[in-house]
Design a binder for this molecule. Structure first.
Ligand code: KG4
Ligand code: ZN
Length: 342
């Protein structure tokens, strides 16, 4: 029998998305960003986001159906992000999913957005449970052992900023364009990473927690010192600052990954694997460092393609499919949850 066709909806932050997924097959994945709507305000405005989701969700669903060449009648279940996230947006998605479920008489599945991210390596690479995952983006930074669609162990995470945020702030401090990650990475290629040595926070403490806010402060001090000494930043200064900063983030992530793998391997997984996902996973210096850590431990390294690591509805549909197979579905009392830890 064919696996069920799942319609996924995502509206928890500033991307409106709909996707159709059957098993590990992504038939369509439509993502409508809202960057231009929020650009003037320097951040996501919840009311504007909620309105945009409400206006665009049905169009995204229509496009997703079109691109997959299916109709609503072919859909076997509807999965929507039910949290965590901005409540107005999450509500839009949950209400749309309830309406479709009631109208079609098909199961409704509320999905945790973070579970969607965490299950992506199964969708893209077919990893077996349990695997180790590092979620590293502008909003997240945590190590998870993923054991099942509702079974996660958090080994540690950032106690302040996420690394992507630190990259973005660094770019801002150095007058480089946003998003900061790619700009800093490009500058860093021409810089000597040993010229300025930045702290490697929390390496002296046991465990897998991370901290990135001190790094940003150290960078600001170093920048101000250079400006005071020499009356301005040269291209070479900027490149060296970027290289030094990126090396610090890389070293911290690599060392904490070593520790997380150590804890994970204590459980003697049958097919040991590590996945890194999120915007920062696009950074080649960081990715290569994490990959070599995995090679040293003799475990499989994966990094899902970026379009499935950033917010999307295919991961929600996929997670919905796993939940459905595990016997999970919800009724009309499904609540939208602004906070929902894994
Ligand atoms: O996963 P993502 O698209 O969105 C969320 O944060 O939810 O991640 C975006 C973050 C931004 O902070 C961006 O600067 C960072 O990922 N990023 C990078 C690179 N490309 C994107 N950071 C470092 N190096 C990169 N090449
Ligand atoms: Zn996300």
């Amino acid at each position: 029998m064919a696996e069920p066709l799942i319609l996924g909806l995502e509206s928890s932050c500033d991307d409106t998305a709909a996707a159709l997924v059957r098993g590990r097959d992504v038939l369509s994945s439509v993502v409508e960003g809202q960057n231009s709507l929020h650009a003037a305000y320097g951040g996501v405005v919840p009311e504007i986001a909620a309105r945009a989701h409400a206006e665009r969700l049905d169009l995204c669903v229509e496009r997703a159906l079109d691109e997959a060449s299916v109709t609503l009648a072919d859909v076997d279940a509807i999965a929507a992000t039910a949290g965590p996230g901005l409540i107005g947006g999450v509500l839009s998605g949950v209400m749309m999913a309830k309406a479709l479920s009631a109208a079609l008489g098909k199961p409704l599945i509320g999905v945790n957005h973070l579970a969607g991210h965490a299950l992506t390596p199964r969708l893209t690479d077919g990893l077996a449970y349990p695997y180790l995952m590092l979620l590293v983006s502008g909003g997240h930074c945590q190590f998870l052992i993923v054991r099942g669609p509702q079974d996660f162990t958090r080994l540690g995470g950032t106690i302040d900023d996420a690394p992507g945020e630190a990259f973005d702030k660094t770019a801002r401090l150095l007058g480089l364009p946003q998003p900061g990650g790619p700009s800093v990475e490009i500058e860093a290629r021409n810089g000597d990473e040993t010229l300025y040595r930045f702290p490697r926070p929390l390496l002296d403490r046991p465990g897998c927690d991370l901290s990135f806010s001190g790094l940003k402060t150290a960078l600001m001090r170093q920048r101000d010192q250079i400006i005071a000494d020499r009356d301005g930043l040269t291209r070479a200064d900027r490149a060296a600052l970027c290289a030094g900063f990126q090396a610090a983030v890389r070293d911290v992530l690599a060392e904490k990954t070593r520790r997380a793998i150590g804890l994970y391997m204590n459980e003697t997984p049958t097919e040991p694997a590590f996945a890194v996902a999120g915007g920062v996973a696009a950074n080649m210096a960081i990715r290569t460092a994490l990959e070599s850590v995995c090679i040293n431990f003799g475990i499989r390294f994966t990094a899902p393609p970026l379009r499935l690591c950033t917010d999307n509805a295919a991961m929600i549909a996929y997670a919905g499919g796993e939940l459905l197979a595990a016997g999970v579905s919800h009724d009309m009392s499904l609540q939208a949850r602004p906070r929902w830890p894994l």
